[in-house]
Design a protein. Sequence first.
Length: 735
Amino acid sequence: MTVNLQVAIDHGLTPEEYKKILAILGRVPTYTELGIFSVMWSEHCSYKSSIAELKTLPRTGSCLLASAGEENAGLVDIGNGYAIAFKIESHNHPSAVEPYQGAATGVGGIMRDIFTMGARPIASLNSLRFGTLDYNRTPFFMKGIVKGIGDYGNSFGVPTVAGDIFFDSSFNENPLVNAMAVGIARHDAIAHAAAHGEGNLVIIVGSSTGRDGIHGATFASEEISEKSEAKRPSVQVGDPFTEKLLLEATLDVIQKKLLVGIQDMGAAGITCSTSEMSAKGNVGMEIELDRVPLRDASMTPYEIMLSESQERMLLVVSPQDKDEVKRIFEKWDLQCEVIGKVTSDGMLRVKKSGVTFAEIPASSLVLGGGAPVYHLPSRQPGYMRALPAETSEDIAEPVDYGATVLRLLASPNICSKEWVTTQYDSTVRTNTVAIGGDAAVIRIKGTSMGIALKTDCNSRYVYLNPYLGAQIAVAESARNVVSVGAQPLAITNCLNFGNPNDPETYWQFKESVRGISEACREFDTPVTGGNVSFYNENPNGRVYPSPVIGMLGIVRDISKVTTIYFKNKGDLIVLLGDITDTLGASEYMQMISQRAIGPVPEIDLRKEKRLHQLIIESIDQGIIQSSHDVSDGGVMVSLAECCMGSCSNGGYLGAQIDFDPGIRMDRFLFSEGQSRYIVSLDPGKFQQLTEACKKFDIHNHVLGEVIPDLLTIKGIMRLEVSEMVSANRRGIRFD
């Protein structure tokens, strides 16, 4: 095909980008070269519209063994010679077109990012966004996506331990699927994603290359539309059983120190892995496509280079280690073929049947090299200026608190997610210490340590106030890992937004990054890496902005891990933090008004950090028996959740609340004011808690005590805990 400007535009390139390609090459590109540039300069691969803002995030820290973006995933030192690799990425566009395979391959791709570093995957998480439950396509999306995640993760043999799910009509046609993986490695067995050494061999391992996934990277860099259905070939097909074999073989060659470098073939396939590994090592590669194992021998160089077939890796190996590497992969029944060599001239050279189809400076293709960087215009969205302000006079007090609470507990964003979570294996590998509470805890075998994990983001908050909403996403995820007794260490993030060329969308993005940056600096939780997913729009508009935070915390003694549930009859129930009365942005407000109304609760990051320190110290010293942060649904929902998982002599433990907040009770119970926990403790330890609160300058309020079977609030409500459990469990039901 003759390459010209129109062909470049059809590939998603701009006229200016095409001119830049002409200048780099000094000639008109071949069709294969144009395809290579189009995927490598796509938003998905190059971060061209986001990198300038991402560089403002705190990306280094004393616990980090790799700076953000330096390797396939973030790498955090947890002591005793161990490191945790973790990362979150989106698979939104594929999942909107083919929910099952889109979600399944999202899990597979993020797992490969972990084990290419020499880390064995030990946990999987996911953050999902769906449309309203009454929308006709929501069951289609949910069933396919949840089954895809479950089938791949369960078959691969890694527990899915935590995550979050949010429902709103903005996601009706554009669900979000963010997959997070976590692995453990020894410091002395970490692999790197760079090529070195002229004459070293380039080897492809794993599955054969087919036509699935061609142009998946550019597909993920445009809006969802009716034409998206025609792009099903851009959705990859996964095989978790092959990936399990690939995992074991990869870890074997890494532990035997047989590799110079290794990279997963994810977005843009061979193109991305060859160009990025070359650029990182300041070398070039010469690739012979005749040697690439193919599913269809008629595939063109363009198709081979852009294929995103799953379960493949690119290795760089010294010639003397080739035979041993080949023996290991063949032992696991995996293909292992030499397809090229490392050169010293910095060029990515692609040949087939003696013909050169591409010859491009590798550095010109990648982020930090020749890939374009844009500083886009931004403007506060008009809808923000038109948002109604909530006042106490606008909201009538509930006539029946009991009925209101049951309705709230059954609402989609608060109800039990067991329909989802029971499809996941959460205990495989026997490392899971705690799930189903504020955060999951995974033990580090052979030590007393564990890691705490959680994803979080209230998309409504971010829609109403991107800066505050993003700060709260970081704070909430930190609050969750603190709740089990863990010290927050670092985050990974997945930033899901609409079209960046829309100034209002880009303003949302910039403000969110600013909020994340300030919160992470205050909490000393650097950003280890992650993903930006733009173009999350459909014909009905953009999705709620969703900067999802994946938080990692360290538990030094897993015997002290604390759960959210009340433990003993007669224990005191205490609110740590302030009495707040704003109902803005709350689930209660959404339920009664069916619209997003502000203002978003304010947050004092310094107070939040002091609260974290108070909880960690109180757990470590054995002062408190249970700990649960106050978030969606306010104090009322937190109290209910503390009851619903508790058990005593075959029955539930409840709560008797006698507290007078001095404000209208609905505003106290349903406010989602920040920086608060519900804790329970033996009355004999209340003085110790009071002293700790004084030390960290945190208010405490005794709400009542733990009783059997009932949740009562003096003068206004009396519910059986079993009633609440029934309401909570009927929120998500599909035939």
